[in-house]
Design a protein around this ligand. Structure first.
Ligand code: SF4
Length: 247
């Protein structure tokens, strides 16, 4: 989907980050259709959020993990997820994750580690293998997400039967926690109930999918972002994208 995106790419500045109403959140998650480890100041932001007593997390593709390992541990990031939907061509990423888990042990760090897998037809036969590998490496848990392809909604999503069979196989794997997507999509969805999405240029949107479709609620520095978000929650039943979302 990222390849279809027409959104401008950029970096949130450290100064703008500090101006956001951070203290009103329980957790700051540094991700959303971007690669946080590319950002030069991301761990300055993590440390700053930690200094305010706010939990921090991020999702990375793991490619730059070895380059930023010291910064990750020094920043006291609370949890990290590695986005891995296939093992094909991912040798370097797997080695990086292994190295990271070993470092976590050595440094006696409490950081939580997850692998985040988007499930769809193309990787259906690989998911079980990825989960078993995560268990072997010592990752704390695996989080499964459905593919919600905005640009071509019917493309490659799993049928209900395929999902059911896959989840049954994964439930048989003991020794690693697997988090399944919700059985039924509800409105308000768990994403919108729990999160507010802020882009690098400080625009507020309910979530990354709606943002992708140009759905912006306002500027993060003007007005009350919580009021705007609550108004959206009340009206989201009318939203065309939310109605067909099954993420
Ligand atoms: S598109 Fe709507 S329903 Fe789907 S995750 Fe975003 S806010 Fe929730």
């Amino acid at each position: 989907m990222r390849k279809n995106s027409k959104r401008e790419v950029g970096y949130l500045s450290y100064e703008d980050f500090k101006k956001l109403p951070l203290k009103r959140f329980r957790e700051i998650a540094f991700h959303g259709w971007g690669e946080p480890l590319l950002h030069p100041d991301v761990f300055k932001m993590v440390s700053y959020a930690n200094s305010l007593g706010i939990k921090t997390s991020l999702i990375t593709n793991g490619v730059l993990l070895d380059k930023r390992v010291d910064e990750i541990f020094n920043s006291n990031l609370n949890s990290i997820a590695f986005g891995i939907f296939t093992l094909k061509g991912k040798q370097r990423v797997i080695e990086n994750v292994q190295m990271f888990i070993e470092e976590k042990e050595k440094r006696k760090s409490k950081i939580e580690t997850f692998v985040d897998i988007t499930i769809f037809k193309d990787n259906l036969n690989e998911v079980e293998e990825i989960v078993k590998l995560c268990k072997e490496i010592g990752v704390d848990g695996v989080v499964l997400h459905r593919l919600f392809n905005l640009h071509n909604p019917s493309l490659n999503t799993l049928s209900k039967t395929e999902e059911k069979e896959l989840f049954a196989k994964l439930k048989d794997i003991k020794g690693i926690k697997v988090y399944f997507p919700p059985k039924k999509h509800s409105i308000p969805c768990v994403v919108a109930k729990n999160c507010i999405y802020i882009t690098w240029d400080c625009k507020q949107s309910p979530c990354c999918f709606l943002c992708e479709m140009g759905y912006v609620l306002g500027d993060a520095f003007s007005g009350d972002i919580f009021e705007r978000h609550l108004r959206f929650l009340k009206e989201m039943n009318e939203n065309e994208i939310c109605r067909r979302c099954f993420w």
